[in-house]
Ligand binder design. Sequence first.
Ligand code: ZN
Length: 244
Amino acid sequence: MMRIGLISDVHANLPALEAVLLALSKRGVERVICCGDLVDYAPWPTEVIARLREMDVLSVQGNHDAAVAGVFPIDGFAEEARVTVDWTRAVLSPVETAYLAELEQIHREEGFVIVHGSLRGPLWEYVRDAFVATESFSSLTRQLCFFGHSHIQGGYMSLAGNVKSIDSHVRLSILPGAKYLINPGSVGQPRDGDPRAAYAVVDLDNGHGSVSFERVSYDIGSVIRAIDRAGLPHWLGERLAIGR
Ligand code: ZN
């Protein structure tokens, strides 16, 4: 059996990341996998990159990582979001920028594949309804796909042609013969109404296993103050407080 700590959408929120890494170490995970968007929005991009590299976390590239690194156009970003991309670019060293630029968009292993958005659109497509999930399953050649981007904890399962959403409030049993799209939710900026940092613990055992979707509290007030001190848009802090 292999136990994986699954995280996504850290968005430069170091206090949230530290809370999640501590919780994962208590669960005895063997490795940590990240579905992208390490940076942008909160004021600790350098520290988050350093921490993930130090912990040997395997990460794919998110749209914000690619935008900050200049390898993805930011035309699709709202005006307010461009402000934070520029802020982050100014803070990162060339080595950190190169690290983001060189992250893989799709990473495949024997039993699973990792993307930020979807297999069809690793940087841009949101999987947040059964229709898009069904299309994603049709190009999935592994049992599991770990993804992020929507900042919504949960995902979808496909069994005998039926696609349904996964309830993140209960432990998910992985069944041989079924396929799964698993989203651990966002560490640094949840958007499902629960402001606590989100992550998942995945146990894999030869086609069997389980996924538990978890939350952990951290000092959101300190992050809101740091966002203000850094001169980043105040609404970024406000949305952290409500998890939207
Ligand atoms: Zn994101």
